[in-house]
Design a protein around this ligand. Structure first.
Ligand code: SF4
Length: 613
């Protein structure tokens, strides 16, 4: 006889499959099943599934029937837009009105240009002053606002309703987020405790979906880190003088930066910075400084607003740095002293443990789904994020194993000791050969931009790269080089894609760069992906060193394992550009002897294809 819980589970499964707007394939059914049984039961599921798998639609279809609110953390607006589009499809399929709102930033939602152009913290203050002084033309107190809203609220919808009804779209999104079933929010809104509190995002009893989570550790570290500059200190000093307040206390900090920052980046443990700062502040406690200056911050902002200036407050930035220093676990931090190429002196107080940001969030929600196309090696990923009770699974959706062709060339290496003209020559010949035997578009990834340009220069000199009609040709295909800034890169990539779909083209790019993460090269746009070397981070970088040492203090050898994982994650990200949907196919050529000894660190879906060496 079937028991009550299993009957309930079957019913939920039927609803999940009933609202799924496509024909699910077996791996998708398995993934949805796992989401229901792990996340639905209050656990953490860490899932790696290849690009084009349909992770978003599976997550939504599995979780919606479980009748809890879903907080969907995204990295880009493109991702947020995709979530809302899938919600529309679910509503059509289910003939239902599941609701979803994009809780975007003021930058995207505010209709008042005096506020929308500012950074998050300054925009918050500008908005507060405009509201307090009744100078914003849009209604923001929406307690009694009773307009019927559409079930799906994208940024465009929110702005449309805001303009039509003269209400603030940002506060409209916040109000909708109180009752809507799915709240799509940027990572920072979910993981930064200060922002979370500011936007009133409640986590308890919800499901959390953490999408594109391969950067989870970087995001966790970012939200708990801060930077202090000599310029911010000087500007804070001027602000204090402009309102007639004593500013001498900041002189000690300015002197400290002048003495300690030099051209070579240096590092100190967090507690040493804390002790130094206490001395620089001549025994005045950080808590009392924050206390005595908090009123000055308000006065500075108000005076600026009165003069028609943006209410940016540098003193507030200095206080928030000191506050982080005072309240943080210093043993989990490193202080980096460095000078920028424009001569700015900086102290970066950087968190070394991403779990400090992610654990409090995961502990508060009911269940968590962490997913990405590239989390391998997944066990190490869960260890770094201290997800000891998480269940880790991998899923593949490649229609046929022959769609993936993986070739490892062990005769070359970018290992520092082996780099030289002869090795680059060999690389050039092999890359040209691979490109000429691959149809349409080929992406080639290099460890650094300098390395890539040097290789290109050498290949031109020895004729591996030819010049024809003003274009460079490699393996018979026209060469494009990744742009240095976003706008330049966009134009280059568009042109590359057009040529790739016709006579064929090569795009030279950098691991971890603009075209390695988050960009799309389906079908003919990438029939080949070539990796030149393994993208290990610069071991002499003091932050990399500090992370390795910190992890080794937690567990012997963990730091070195993280270092290798980080390199392979960047390689897996680049590989992920080649397959963008179930029927897509691509030839992957991994050119470094070190790939063959670390095969298990590649995403499992890549290994499901034909491997040759
Ligand atoms: S209330 Fe809304 S529209 Fe007005 S300044 Fe604030 S965010 Fe902008």
């Amino acid at each position: 006889m079937r028991t009550e819980p299993s009957r309930r589970a079957k019913k939920v499964e039927r609803v999940s499959e009933g609202i799924f707007p496509y024909d699910p394939y077996p791996e998708q059914l398995q993934f949805m099943n796992d989401i229901r049984s792990v996340v639905g039961a209050g656990g953490v599921l860490v899932a790696e599934a290849c690009n084009g798998f349909g992770k978003t639609i599976c997550a939504l279809s599995a979780l919606l029937p479980l009748n809890r609110r879903i907080i969907y953390a995204t990295r880009t607006h493109e991702q947020a837009r995709q979530v809302l589009e899938e919600m529309e499809r679910i509503n059509i399929k289910a003939s239902a009105q599941y609701s979803a709102v994009n809780l975007a930033s003021r930058h995207h939602l505010c209709l008042d240009r005096r506020c929308s152009q500012l950074s998050a913290g300054d925009g918050f203050e500008a908005c507060r002053i405009l509201r307090e002084e009744d100078r914003c033309a849009y209604r923001w107190n929406l307690k009694s606002f009773a307009v019927r809203l559409p079930p799906i609220l994208s940024i465009g919808d929110l702005r449309r309703v805001g303009n039509a009804k003269r209400v603030c779209p940002y506060y409209l999104a916040r109000k909708a987020a109180e009752s809507y079933r799915v709240v799509v929010a940027p990572y920072q809104y979910v993981f930064d405790p200060a922002i979370r509190e500011r936007v009133g995002l409640q986590l308890a009893e919800s499901f959390l979906v953490f999408d594109e989570a391969h950067n989870a550790d970087a995001i966790g570290l970012d939200v708990l880190s801060d930077t202090l500059s000599d310029r911010a200190l000087s500007q804070a000093k001027q602000e204090l003088q402009s309102i007639g307040k004593p500013s001498e206390i900041l002189d000690g900090l300015i002197d400290y930066l002048n003495v300690n920052v030099s051209d070579a980046t240096a590092a100190k443990p967090g507690h040493e910075l804390y002790n130094d700062m206490k001395l620089a502040l001549a025994g005045v406690s950080i808590a009392s400084i924050i206390d005595s200056y908090s009123k000055a911050v308000e006065l500075i902002r108000t005076r600026k607003a009165e003069r028609g200036e943006p209410p940016i407050c540098h003193l507030a930035g200095v206080l928030s740095f000191l506050s982080l220093l005072e309240t943080s676990s210093k043993e989990c931090y490193v202080a980096l002293y460095r000078r920028t190429k424009y001569g700015l002196k900086l102290i970066e107080y950087r968190c070394l443990d991403p779990s400090l940001a992610t654990t409090p969030v995961i502990d508060q929600v009911h269940g968590t789904l962490i997913m990405s196309g590239t989390l391998a090696p997944i066990e190490l990923f869960t260890q770094i994020l201290a997800l000891s009770k998480a269940q880790a699974r991998t899923y593949s959706a490649i229609a046929k194993p022959e769609n993936i062709r993986l070739r490892i060339d062990s005769s070359v290496s970018t290992r520092f000791s082996e780099r030289g003209e002869a090795m680059m020559h060999r690389y050039g010949e092999k890359i040209a050969e691979t490109i000429s035997s691959t149809p349409n578009g080929v992406l080639v990834f290099f460890p650094q931009r300098g390395f890539m340009l040097k290789a290109l220069d050498q290949w031109q000199k020895i004729g591996i790269v030819e010049q024809r009609d003003g274009s460079m040709l490699l393996g018979g295909k026209r060469v494009y080089v990744e742009g240095e800034d976003a706008a330049e890169n966009r134009t280059i990539v568009e042109e590359y894609k057009r040529t790739a779909q016709g006579e064929g083209a090569v795009l030279l790019c950098v691991f971890r760069g603009r075209n390695a993460e988050g960009s799309n090269f389906p079908d003919e746009q990438a029939r080949g992906v070539i990796l030149v070397g393994v993208p290990y981070a610069d071991i002499s970088d003091p932050f990399v060193k500090a992370r390795i040492e910190y992890l080794n203090r937690k567990e012997r050898g963990l730091g070195e394992r993280w270092y290798v994982m980080d390199a392979f994650r960047a390689a897996n990200q680049a590989i992920g550009r080649g397959i963008r949907h179930r029927e897509d196919w691509c030839i992957f050529t991994l050119m470094d002897q070190r790939y063959s000894v670390n095969l298990k660190l590649l995403s499992s879906w890549v290994l499901s294809g034909n491997i040759a060496s």
